[in-house]
Design a protein around this ligand. Structure first.
Ligand code: GLU
Length: 495
């Protein structure tokens, strides 16, 4: 069902309800993205609700991480603990009054009851719609409220269960999976709350979704077995049923459910490894969805135009780390260099702890490496030459069958050419690209076609000390003239 407005059009309200019991999981980020995109596509509202029902395991640090990662990803909720909104509070722990009222109602109407079984008696009997366990049809289900209260007064520990009398098949039409049904009796008398003030997930989520007028519950398939319980609670309380959309599980390359064993699973880890938010967004969007056609690069805004649930696949979505690297490299390449400087700075600083890494250093490193980086954490490999004098075997200076004498002559010639690069090319205002082009022209004007390799190979090795490195003009661009000359003289002296 959809909640209608006066204009008769359904109002789309979607939500993400992460539990702050760990750093924001990549699966939650994908569910949030799909919920966000669906809302944006249809002019709806996206809500962030912190689901801290498990007080003991919930931590402020993790809640802060949820806010931080969503802000970093650019998934900005329209309503949430930080934004506020008309259906707050947006933190489950602050919604006790609502859940208590609903629990009271069910208890008074004998649709819920207190159960006093010991944990050990229950271990294997919590109902599951998949029929994995024998359903728990509780022997306390007819106990009166007064009798239950007397037991609690006596210090007995009770939990509140749903009195499941349904003999029905509970069916719903899932926007991803199509018709889904579960046998209600298999659910047994499932639990709702630890105490009147401590609702459990299935109960709290149902009350919160209803009170926040959530129209579409879009979440991972791992929750699908909870849906029939939530439907029974909705029916018992007279709530409208939202639309459901269960997203395919995220699987590792071995087709097992993605877990720590496969590598990073929190958004924080990807951010800290130097993935760009736009790359992670683009990659996550394709985890279970595709727009049809060959196009792969989409910004968040573009995704919000393209996305719809009818193109979400049913089968598991396989995590392809190489593909994520491909997206990241693409987006790094496309980024304006200046915007990458603050992001790359910490990585470069970490690689060269003995230097104070300036903005100029980072720009120079990016000039050398941006086009080849897979993730920002990889920076520093080629730009080590900015900070360290190269060490190498003099044999490396030889191009083809050059003798030491040839190399010495070539390096003298290269040194002269570096000396005569027009000074204006080294002015601060000249971009690296223009400087590089000017240096190249200066060399090419002077060198005949046949002599290029003979001069440029020894020059490049003298500057970088490596068999493979950025070209000599790139390197001279980022080293100042004096450093380049010094390295050339050093090479001559080594011969
Ligand atoms: N706190 C639950 C989770 O993070 C929310 C599930 C739901 O969306 O209903 O998995």
């Amino acid at each position: 069902m959809t909640h209608s407005t006066s204009s008769g059009r359904g109002v789309i309200r979607t939500r993400i309800a992460p539990s702050p019991t760990g750093y924001l999981h990549i699966g939650n980020a994908r569910a949030a993205l799909f919920s966000y995109l669906y809302a944006k596509k249809h002019g709806g509202t996206f809500i962030l609700r912190i689901e801290d029902t498990d007080i003991a395991r919930s931590k402020k640090e993790y809640e802060d991480d949820i806010f931080r990662e969503f802000a970093w990803l650019g998934i900005h909720p329209d309503e949430g603990p930080e934004q506020g909104g008309p259906y707050g509070p947006y933190r489950d722990s602050e919604r006790g009054e609502s859940t208590r009222r609903a629990l009271e109602k069910l208890l008074n109407e004998k649709k819920a009851f207190y159960c006093f079984h010991e944990k050990s008696e229950l271990a294997a009997s919590e109902g599951s719609a998949e029929g994995k366990f024998e359903a728990h049809v509780c022997s306390y289900r007819e106990l009166s409220r007064a009798e239950a209260e007397a037991k609690i007064q006596n210090g007995e520990q009770g939990i509140i269960r749903f009195k499941n009398d349904s003999r029905e098949t509970i069916s719903f039409s899932d926007l991803v999976r199509g018709a889904v049904s579960f046998e209600a009796p298999l659910l047994g008398d499932f639990s709702l709350a630890r105490t009147i003030d401590q609702p459990l997930y299935n109960f709290a989520v149902t009350i919160d979704d209803a009170e926040m007028k959530i129209s579409h519950v879009i979440r991972g398939e791992d929750h699908i077995a909870n849906t029939p319980k939530q439907i029974l609670i909705q029916r018992a309380l007279g709530y409208p049923e939202p639309q459901w959309a269960h997203l395919p599980l995220i699987l590792g390359s071995d087709r097992a459910k993605l877990s720590k064993r496969h590598g990073a699973t929190s958004v924080k880890e990807f951010r800290e490894a130097g993935y760009l938010p736009e790359a992670l967004i683009n990659f996550l969007a394709f985890l279970g969805w595709n727009p049809g056609g060959d196009r792969e690069l989409f910004s968040l805004e573009e995704l919000a135009k393209e996305f719809d649930l009818d193109r979400v696949q049913k089968s598991g979505a396989i995590w392809n780390q190489e593909k994520l690297g491909w997206f990241n490299a693409e987006y790094i390449r496309r980024r304006d260099r200046v915007s990458l400087v603050p992001l790359a700075q910490p990585f470069l600083q970490q690689k060269f702890p003995d230097h104070i890494i300036s903005t100029n250093n980072v720009e120079a490193a990016l000039f050398l490496e941006q086009s080849r980086l897979v993730k920002l954490a990889d920076i520093g490999e080629e730009s080590a030459l900015l900070f360290r004098e190269p060490e190498y075997d003099t044999a490396l200076l030889r191009w083809k069958d050059m003798t030491d004498e040839d190399v010495r002559a070539a390096l003298h010639r290269a040194g002269d050419l570096v000396e005569t690069i027009p000074g204006k090319l080294f002015a601060d205002a000249v971009s690296f690209e223009d400087r590089r082009a000017g240096i190249e022209k200066h060399f090419f004007d002077a060198l005949g076609a046949g002599s290029k390799g003979k001069i440029l190979w020894p020059l490049r090795v003298a500057l970088s000390g490596k068999k493979a490195s950025p070209g000599p003009f790139e390197i001279i661009t980022v080293l100042n003239r004096e450093t380049a000359i010094h390295r050339i003289h050093r090479a001559i002296a080594k011969l």
